[in-house]
Design a protein around this ligand. Structure first.
Ligand code: NI
Ligand code: MN
Length: 226
């Protein structure tokens, strides 16, 4: 069993009944966020890259909850230098945690910190938890290796950015669904800022038109996958 909650932008919380994990907790300053950062109570935090709309409240949450931040090496060192507990990983590497497995994938994007610190390469992540495989693509353009990601791990839930400008837009994201071939696709990273307008229902319709399933999570919505 895996409970998935959408907290806006690229932030999802996963809960298997024993452990709670949050991905890219950009809550403070996110007009879509249905909660405040101090409401978050998790054991682990996964970060795809260092940009403010992904790093977000991660360091504060990690310190308050004594949660471990799991991310790529340079970003892990950065959050550790700010006093957070970190587990350093890198693209292509997987590790078995008490809740399940984390494996980082490539993403075509950038990664810098609040003061333009270089924070290594951006990533996507495949999370195995509660008997499900979740692929959160992070911020990325489309790439053909998404086919390989979908072949190596049968993906149950694919979280795809659709907002264009910084990442894939809707048409590229729909094409990426073909590559990843998941059970269910969920759009993210849209409408938070004026430069990333997108209609998630258009994504859903276009995914369904290629014979695949998609679901638009309202902000704050929790879906349970058995
Ligand atoms: Ni970014
Ligand atoms: Mn972003």
């Amino acid at each position: 069993m895996l409970k998935v909650t959408y907290l806006g932008h690229s932030c999802f919380q996963l809960d298997d009944g024993n452990y709670k994990l949050i991905i890219d907790p950009f809550i403070t300053g996110n007009p879509q966020a249905p909660v405040t950062a101090k409401d978050i109570d998790v054991n682990y935090i996964v970060l795809t890259h260092g940009h403010g709309d992904h790093l977000g409240d991660a360091i504060d949450i990690a310190k308050r909850c004594d949660a471990t931040i799991i991310t790529t090496n340079e970003l892990a060192n950065y959050v550790a230098s700010k006093g957070a507990k970190a587990h350093n990983m890198y693209i292509g590497g997987g590790y078995n945690f008490p809740f399940g497995r984390i494996k980082f994938t490539i993403a075509h994007h950038g990664s810098s910190g609040p003061n333009n610190e270089y924070l290594g390469n951006p990533a996507g992540v495949v999370i195995t938890m509660g008997g499900k495989k979740v692929y959160h693509a992070g911020d990325t353009g489309i790439f053909l290796d998404m086919k390989l990601i979908g072949e190596m791990d049968k993906i149950d839930i694919y979280m795809a950015p659709i907002g264009d400008n910084f990442t894939m837009g809707i048409d590229d994201a729909v094409k990426s669904v073909e590559f990843v071939n998941p059970e269910l696709s969920v759009p993210m990273h849209f409408n938070t800022f004026p430069v990333i307008p997108a209609n998630p229902e258009e994504f859903k319709k276009k995914v369904e038109a290629i014979g695949k399933k998609a679901m638009v999570f309202p902000f704050g919505h929790t879906e349970t996958f058995d």
